[in-house]
Ligand binder design. Structure first.
Ligand code: ZN
Length: 257
């Protein structure tokens, strides 16, 4: 279950009936904003932080033949679209709106429910979309030459925020929806906690977004991260790469940062 009301500038809202200090997680939402695109058109080629994500897979074909392809389309009997689980998700499975769209529509705080591993308290947490995405792209830019299409340890074993209730560090683990179509992908991307997903959940994302979904978890997790970045900056690749070299490879170009 998700709550969409903005919890306020403190970045976390307690879902329990008891009152709780909310200052512990203030840094989540109060991280200084960092500009990482220079124009409303997201012209990343000219951006100082032009993090480039490239999904080289062709867009889904609308042909009946493609829709029968069980590797890309929902099984027979399942609708092509879903009820978006969050305001930042589209009606396509495992797909979020581009950053430009979200900012233009005032969706700049991304919320999600987390639960403490120690005391089980649940809290609604908020991430500043632009600040946290800039943080993520900076991390990728600094580490991409070491990744080799594999998620680094930081993604495989995420560090969680401290619990506002019991104050224990590294405790607030994101709660993942039981139904995969309802997973709050963007919330976990910004928190860099997608590693909490099971391999099956990550494969679901890759299946519905045209990314690699074979191999070990670190590989599928890597493509989930880059696939979501590509959704947020869909125009980034076209400025830099005129033709894809591989139809199933995400390319990140650190030299453009
Ligand atoms: Zn706790």
């Amino acid at each position: 279950m998700f709550f969409f009301a903005r919890p306020g500038p403190w970045g976390v809202a307690c879902l329990n009936s008891s009152t709780t200090s909310t200052s512990t997680l203030r840094t989540i939402a109060s991280t200084p904003r960092i500009g990482f695109y220079t124009s409303p058109t997201l012209d990343c080629e000219s951006s100082a932080l032009g993090t480039i994500f490239m999904s080289t897979r062709e867009p889904k074909s609308k042909s009946p033949r493609s829709r029968r392809n069980l590797t890309q389309a929902p099984r027979d009997g399942k609708p092509e679209t879903i009820l978006p689980p969050t305001p930042w998700a589209t009606e396509q499975r495992a797909t979020v709106y581009p950053l430009e769209y979200l900012v233009a529509h005032g969706i700049t705080n991304i919320t999600g429910e987390s639960q403490c591993k120690r005391c089980d308290a649940r809290h609604l947490m908020t991430y500043d979309l632009e600040a946290k995405f800039a943080e993520l792209t900076a991390f990728i830019g600094a580490r991409t030459h070491l990744m080799h299409d594999r998620a680094p340890d930081e993604w495989l074993n995420p560090v969680f925020p401290a619990c506002p209730s019991c104050a224990q560090p590294n405790c607030m683990r994101p709660m993942i929806a039981a139904k995969k179509r309802d997973i709050n992908w963007l919330f976990m991307l910004l928190g860099q906690t997608l590693g909490c997903c099971t391999l099956e959940q990550l494969k679901y994302f890759c299946k519905h977004t045209g990314n690699h979904r074979t191999g070990a978890k670190n590989r599928v997790l890597y493509f989930t991260y880059l696939g979501l970045c590509k959704q947020l900056l869909p125009s980034a690749s076209s400025h830099v790469y005129p033709e894809p070299k591989s139809k199933s490879r995400q390319i990140f170009n650190p030299s453009d940062i």
